[in-house]
Write a protein that binds this ligand. Structure first.
Ligand code: CO
Length: 134
């Protein structure tokens, strides 16, 4: 079911500071910020040779990463995103196996304009998993 790691996401309290750290200190290419109101976050992508790192800052009230940052005020690894060929087939298999899909269970459009789903971290070793259909 799983393809490549599409990105690893890190929640950060200050996107400008985090972007500058990756761009200037680590010498990486960092995208311009993109606001995703449907997901309650503003994101940038750090482009790496083999994958991407997504830096996430809360956007608006009730951001899904607000509670995470309250517990991890310096920021921290938030989720890992795996690519799948068919997000509906993946969902069907996961739900049949008892895994929980977050939200209303329907794919949302992610930062790359592709459908994404999130899986409950309690079902996968305490790690939030995002699935993205390419
Ligand atoms: Co993501």
């Amino acid at each position: 079911m799983l393809g490549r790691v599409n990105h690893i996401a890190i929640a950060v309290p200050d996107l400008a500071v985090a972007s500058a750290g990756y761009r200037e200190t680590l010498g990486a290419t960092v995208s311009v910020p993109q606001s995703l109101p449907e997901h309650g976050v503003t994101v940038v992508f750090v482009e790496l040779p083999n994958t991407k790192v997504e830096l996430l800052e809360p956007l608006g009230e009730g951001s899904p990463i607000a509670a995470f940052l309250a517990k991890n005020p310096d920021g921290g690894m938030h989720h890992i995103c795996y690519e799948v060929d068919d997000i509906f087939a993946a969902r069907e298999k996961l739900v049949a196996a008892g895994a929980r899909v977050l939200g209303n269970g329907e794919p949302k459009t992610g930062a790359h304009g592709k459908p994404v789903l999130f899986l409950h971290p309690k079902d996968f070793q305490g790690t939030l998993i995002e699935l993205e259909q390419l």
